[in-house]
Every structure is written in structure tokens, then in C-alpha cells.
Design a protein around this ligand. Sequence first.
Ligand SMILES: C[S@@+](CC[C@H](N)C(=O)[O-])C[C@H]1O[C@@H](n2cnc3c(N)ncnc32)[C@H](O)[C@@H]1O
Length: 341
Amino acid sequence: MLIFSAACDVPSRYSPDFTTPWKHSPDPSCHSTLQPYIVKHSPGKGLGAFASRHLEPGDIILQEAPVMRIRPPPFQDGIGYPMKEMGASIREAFESLPKEGQDEVLSLHAYTTAAETASPDVDELVPIYRSNAYTIDKEIALFPKIARINHSCRPNTSYVWIARLNKQVVYATRRIEEGEELSVTYIPLLRNRQDRQKRLDQYGFKCSCEVCAAEEDELIASDRRREEIRQVFNNLEPHLSLEPAESTAARKIAHAMAVESARLVKLVEEEGLSDYYDRAYRIAAICHARTEQWEPAALWAHQSYQLRMMADSQSHETKEMEVLTERFLTKWEQLRSQSKP
Ligand SMILES: C[S@@+](CC[C@H](N)C(=O)[O-])C[C@H]1O[C@@H](n2cnc3c(N)ncnc32)[C@H](O)[C@@H]1O
């Protein structure tokens, strides 16, 4: 069993900067023997990462710099990345690692596809990379510790790449009990189970998470919700605006969008897709602001802001929601003071 240390010297979600360790631990129960996760066998999944203590949403589980990063050759429709060229870049980055780094990379899980097995000139590093790497900006990077986290279609953690820190940060998005397995998603989640399974084929497993293993009627409801969520995102996001709706027709559309955005929040929450909460709250905030419903606009903006704070307190996205929250709160306060006798 491997035990990684990462707990007490990592700042909690309220730290102004992930690089600034807390002088005094925010959690008195957090001492050196209580690290946030351990790596151990996960039945049917190889190794996995498990919470070694209770975690709250926003708690940082680990932050890791990439051991390797490569810029992939252009993606070819219907083919994917040309493996031969990928292999050369991966090999080059690998050769520049010290011995321990190379050993760590070679110890990672590798799922070898039939095509890779059949092709003698595919470098052994390619399946390792494909099974474990994450996309960051325009590159593909390997984080050996994060690579131990298994997939779920309703994950309990999320991750964010923070370029200014050169680190990928993994944080809890739900309450996680001690002993519970940590999970992330490897794929976009707004697809039905069949499509998700197809996307997961490249990792060589059939997902049996709580969503995929649910009873038939629950599964149908989940597939329907995910499809609807995707459609509503697609319908609303391109038309978001804070410009006042002047004409009667524009006001009618704005009201319909506000109603639809509240439905979106409900669907995302019902489906427990915490990776998408922040996006849904932002849409609901903006749609309600457009119809001058300042109370829900301010509350949703604040919820989106809090989630963005968890991911990265200094990102442009967090700043955007901070500004919007203040603006909508001011409007709500003005409204309340006007209505006072
Ligand atoms: C990034 S690695 C995760 C860590 C890996 N389990 C290990 O032993 O190092 C991805 C591989 O883990 C396994 N895996 C991840 N999530 C899984 C799941 N939900 N069910 C079964 N296997 C899973 C698959 O073999 C997949 O190719």
C-alpha cells in the first residue's frame, strides 16, 4: 500500500493562494497521521485513491506538477492522434526524466488496445500515456499521483489546472466519508450511459459506478436528465446577456430563459453532477438578472462564486462571479430599500 503525504501542508479552500500554506491548520483534527487519501487496491479497478479522513466540499486533496507534458500533433477526425508521432514526443519527454521519474511513469497502469498490440512499432509509453494523461491547455500531461484516481460518472472530486502554479489541483466536490473511494471523470458526463461507455473503451473498462449500475428506470431517468441538461446548456449559453430586454418580444424571451435556467439548476442538482453546478448557477444568475429578479440572481451568482473559489480563488472566472455577485446584491438591496415604507 502506498501512502502519499499531502494533507496538512496544503491550504484549505479559503486560502487566498494555493501556494500559501496555512500557518495554523484550519482543521484541528488535521495532524500528520491524517492524510487526505491513500492508494490501495480497489476491487475490479486495480489501484485507487481512498479518503483517509472525512472531506468537505472544497477540501484540497492533492496538487501536483506534471512529470511530463507534450504538445500533441493535430487531432485527425476519425483517427485521433497519430500514434507514431505521439510516441516520439512522449519518448523524448520520458528520456529527459531522472531515473525515479521514469520508474514512476513505468509503474502506472497501461491499457493496451488491440490496435496497439497489433502494431509492433507502438512505443510501450503510448498506452501508459493514453490511460493516465490529462489535457491541460493545449498539451497532454501526466500526473503520476492524480493518475491513481479512478473514474465515476458521478464523481466526488474535480480538478483544475492552474497554469500560474504549474499544478493540477484535485478537490472534493461533495462530502466524502473516511474510507470512500475518490473519483473523477475521464469523459464529458452529459451523455447517456451507452455513449459514456463507448468513450471509456479507450481505458479498457466497463463503468459500474452508482449511475451506470442503477436499476433500469433510474438509468433511463438519468440518461434523459443528462440529455436535457446538455440541450439546455446549448440553448441558453450562447444567448446570455446582461443588456436590458427593451421590447416586449425580448422581455418574453428573457423570461422564458429565466424559467429554463431555474429548470437547468434543478436538473443538474437532481443528477448530482457537481462538475456542472457552477456553470448552471452562473447561467441562472445571469438569466434572472436580465429579468431584474435580483434576489435569485444574487443568490445563484454567489453560489457560482463559491464554487469557483474552491477551484481557483484567483482565476478570471472567480473574479467575474465576484463582480456579478456584488452587482446583483447591490440591486437587490436597492430594491428592498425602495419597498420599505
Ligand atoms: C488513470 S488509471 C486509474 C488508476 C488505476 N486503477 C491503477 O491501477 O493505477 C485508469 C485505469 O484504471 C481503471 N479504472 C478506472 N476507473 C475505473 C472504473 N470505474 N471501473 C473499472 N476500472 C477503472 C482502468 O483500468 C483504467 O484504464
